[in-house]
Each structure stands twice: as structure tokens, then as C-alpha cells.
Design a protein around this ligand. Structure first.
Ligand SMILES: Nc1ncnc2c1ncn2[C@@H]1O[C@H](COP(=O)(O)OP(=O)(O)OP(=O)(O)O)[C@@H](O)[C@H]1O
Ligand SMILES: O=C(O)c1ccc[n+]([C@@H]2O[C@H](COP(=O)([O-])O)[C@@H](O)[C@H]2O)c1
Length: 190
């Protein structure tokens, strides 16, 4: 599951857990982006903070791991590179890429999309506020998966911190503590 994870929240974790359960996945690898090129106009926290929050959030689940492939690669992050790197590291594994309805709606704009379909099967998870029925995407490459609706976004979490509102229970406790410790999101960001 790739994401900016700025910060990781319970919408990500519930979606990953549900997809893993429905598809019988042995492991969910969370892959924080290095430079998310489609968010170039937005202020994104340093990759190490986003990586460490993802580690904190997933630490208690033995099936959840975190990969540095995207943050250790120079330049903009493209999923084609993510999947090539993961394929090289795990030549015998079957790869699935979990993505939310909003990201899936943009997928035809992703780099080398024709080749992407051959590297993984895409699991498009539902997300409140985004409709996912007629995607026009190839049925044999993308499966839509209903997951418990969590109306949480990282944008909202950041804004809440900036406004002095609580993010307890929107993100894992350790992530709240991490945000407070490093005083993330205290400036007006958007
Ligand atoms: N509440 C949610 N339910 C289901 N999927 C989600 C949810 N939030 C994010 N996702 C999916 O998780 C992946 C990573 O999302 P991302 O890290 O960009 O979080 P975000 O909440 O969308 O962030 P932002 O508000 O900063 O755009 C994307 O595929 C996105 O669609
Ligand atoms: O490959 C691309 O061109 C591409 C364009 C936009 C997003 N992605 C990937 O989609 C995932 C979710 O991205 P985001 O920006 O919604 O956090 C993350 O792994 C990104 O690297 C990939």
C-alpha cells in the first residue's frame, strides 16, 4: 500500500487490514512515498518523519511492514519503480497494490500505466466521498473492495493539529505522540 502518509491514519490501517483479510494476503507492505509528484504544489513533511510515523502505526501488527524503497530512491516517486523494486526484492511473491478510490480515479495519469498492470493486481478500496462503480479500468487488473467507511484524511488531521483540535482516535496513539514530540503540522500548511 503506497501513500504519502502525512500522517498515516486509521483510514489507511482499516483499508489495509480489510484488503489483507479479503484477499488472503500474507503481508501488507506500507510504502511511504519519497517525492509524491502529484502533490508537488503542496507542502509535504520530510520523508523520514512520514516513514517513522508509518513504522510506529504498524508496529503492533505482525503482518504489517514498512518499506523504504520509495524514500531511498532519488527523484519523484512513481509506482512503476516501487513495483519493480519490490518485484526484485521478492521474486517469488504475488504482488497486489492497494489504493483508495480517489487515487484509483487518477491512475490512468500514472507513469507507464500500461506496464504497471503487469506488475501487480490493483485493489481499489472504497473511501467516503469518492464513488467507485464505473471506473472504466480493466476488470482483470483491478478489483474494487468495499472496506469499513472511515471519513478520515491526512489533510484534515494536519488541519486539526494546526487549529489545536484533537487527532486522538483518528490516528494511532503513537502517531499523536510523534506529531506532538516533533511539533509537526503546527504551521498553516495548505
Ligand atoms: N479514509 C480512507 N479510506 C480508504 N482509503 C484511504 C483513506 N485515506 C487514504 N486512503 C488511501 O490511502 C492511500 C494513501 O493516501 P494518502 O497518504 O494520500 O492519505 P490521504 O488521507 O488521502 O492524504 P491527503 O489528505 O494529504 O491527500 C491512497 O491510495 C488513498 O486513496
Ligand atoms: O506512478 C505514478 O505516476 C503515481 C502518481 C500518483 C500517485 N502514485 C502512488 O499512489 C499512492 C498514493 O499516492 P497519494 O499521493 O494519494 O498519497 C502512492 O504510492 C503514490 O506513489 C503514483
Amino acid at each position: 500500500m503506497g501513500g504519502t502518509f502525512d500522517p498515516i491514519h486509521h483510514g489507511h490501517l482499516v483499508a489495509a487490514s480489510e484488503a489483507a483479510s479479503r484477499f488472503g494476503l500474507d503481508e501488507v507492505v506500507f510504502v511511504p512515498t519519497g517525492e509524491p509528484w502529484q502533490k508537488a504544489d503542496k507542502q509535504v513533511s520530510p520523508a523520514e518523519h512520514r516513514y517513522l510515523m508509518t513504522v510506529v502505526a504498524t508496529a503492533s501488527n505482525p503482518r504489517f511492514t514498512v518499506s523504504r524503497v520509495d524514500i531511498d530512491r532519488e527523484g519523484p516517486t512513481y509506482t512503476i519503480d516501487t513495483l519493480r523494486d519490490l518485484r526484485e526484492q521478492r521474486p517469488d511473491d504475488e504482488l497486489f497494490f492497494i489504493t483508495g478510490a480517489d487515487a484509483l480515479a487518477q491512475i490512468l495519469s500514472w507513469k507507464d500505466i500500461g506496464e504497471l498492470w503487469d506488475l501487480a493486481h490493483f485493489i481499489g478500496v472504497t473511501r467516503p466521498g469518492y464513488h467507485l462503480s464505473e471506473t472504466g479500468l480493466p476488470d482483470d487488473k483491478v478489483t474494487l473492495q468495499e472496506v469499513p467507511a472511515m471519513a478520515i484524511s491526512s489533510t484534515d488531521c494536519r488541519q486539526r493539529v494546526a487549529d489545536g483540535d484533537p487527532v486522538w482516535y483518528l490516528v494511532p496513539d503513537g502517531v499523536v505522540q510523534y506529531i506532538n514530540k516533533y511539533e509537526l503540522y503546527t504551521d498553516d500548511r495548505e
